[in-house]
Design a protein around this ligand. Structure first.
Ligand SMILES: [Zn+2]
Ligand SMILES: [Zn+2]
Length: 335
């Protein structure tokens, strides 16, 4: 028997308070991870606030978990005790439907999020299906690895399914937790990156991250007429923009990829899609093979989030700063 010390929201929108529970030795495909670091994502806040109507309290947030395997079930073959692994948003899937068998476990009808059906990583230990725990390459530091497991895979998979290879023109809307990673993935893989942001200092920062062009569009304004066209435009902001104007930035066969999810439906004249055979798509996290590929690319090309770290016992201070958008660019709890 092991006692797990976690932080939980006991009710909707509550601060996090200590929460203890006992676990029996792991069985089957499960493993126990000693948590070394855990990123904080806006989805943690959506679940604490029950914004999606599926939260079960107490909620133990945390789905950008990095830790060391300390115990494995009898059927675990992909991990061993002592391995450093990461766990993201997805805790399990059926592993036998067509989506799962084609490497799209993230699209499985049976897919289960880590912090809704089970307990997340704001804890000293995490118990999880080993088939959804991923080896972290040695070149990626523990304190920056967590955000790759959610923010990183979200933008990487979105760009890949949007058609990203290399040598392309790629636009990124928003330079926050998602956007600053998207700029790195797109530019380090040999694409020419244009960012759309609201301030000159974020534009300057995006250039330092690898963007060639930055278009500053103050809040409430529309983008100027494009003077060059994009193969892919990835939006990382959860707000409604003048999508009809942004669509005009896409070249023929270009794709608008929505990683941020605005509340309102998109308003795009179909004719502006039709005449240039443009597409609009959206994409949730990524499958297991894509996760391994993303981690390998991040390791080889030195791609990492910029993080602000907090000890676990200052979790509420960190959560408040995330709620108030005061973090540049991802908050991570560390030991
Ligand atoms: Zn997340
Ligand atoms: Zn499935």
């Amino acid at each position: 028997m092991r006692t797990v010390n976690a932080y939980a929201a006991y009710e909707k929108s509550a601060n996090l308070d200590p929460y203890q529970f006992d676990v029996t030795p792991v069985e089957g495909h499960n493993c126990t991870i000693r948590v070394l670091a855990c990123g904080i994502c806006h989805s943690d806040i959506h679940v604490i606030d029950n914004d999606w109507g599926m939260s079960e309290y107490p909620v133990i947030p945390g789905h950008e978990v990095i830790g060391e395997v300390v115990e494995i079930g009898s059927e675990v073959t992909n991990l061993k005790v002592g391995d450093r692994v990461g766990v993201g948003w997805q805790a399990s899937s059926c592993l036998q439907c067509r989506d799962c068998l084609s490497g799209n476990e993230n699209l499985c009808d049976e897919n289960k999020p880590l912090i809704i059906d089970s307990k997340g990583g704001f804890a000293d230990y995490l118990i999880v299906d080993s088939r959804f725990a991923f080896h972290i390459p040695a070149g990626i530091e523990t304190k920056v690895a967590g955000p790759l497991l959610c923010a990183g895979i979200t933008v990487y998979s979105g760009l890949r399914y949007g058609g990203m290879t290399s040598g392309q023109e790629i636009g990124i809307i928003g330079i926050g937790g998602l956007g600053h990673l998207a700029v790195q993935f797109a530019s380090k893989l040999g694409n020419r990156v244009t960012v759309f942001t609201t301030s000159e200092d974020k534009a300057q920062f995006a250039r330092e991250m690898g963007a060639q062009d930055a278009i500053v569009i103050p809040k409430g304004s529309n983008p100027p007429e494009p003077d060059r066209k994009l193969d892919i435009l990835l939006s990382t902001v959860p707000v409604s923009l003048d999508w009809a104007a942004y669509i005009e930035y896409l070249d023929s066969d270009g794709t608008l990829v929505m990683a941020g999810v605005p509340d309102e439906p998109l308003t795009i004249p179909l004719l502006s899609l039709l005449v240039k055979r443009r597409r609009v798509m959206s994409s949730p996290i990524g499958g297991r093979a894509m996760m391994m590929e993303m981690l390998s690319i991040a390791d080889r090309f030195g791609i990492a989030p910029i993080v602000e770290t907090f000890p676990f016992d200052r979790v509420n201070e960190a959560m408040d700063k995330v709620r108030e958008n005061q973090i540049r660019f991802r908050a991570v709890l560390t030991r």
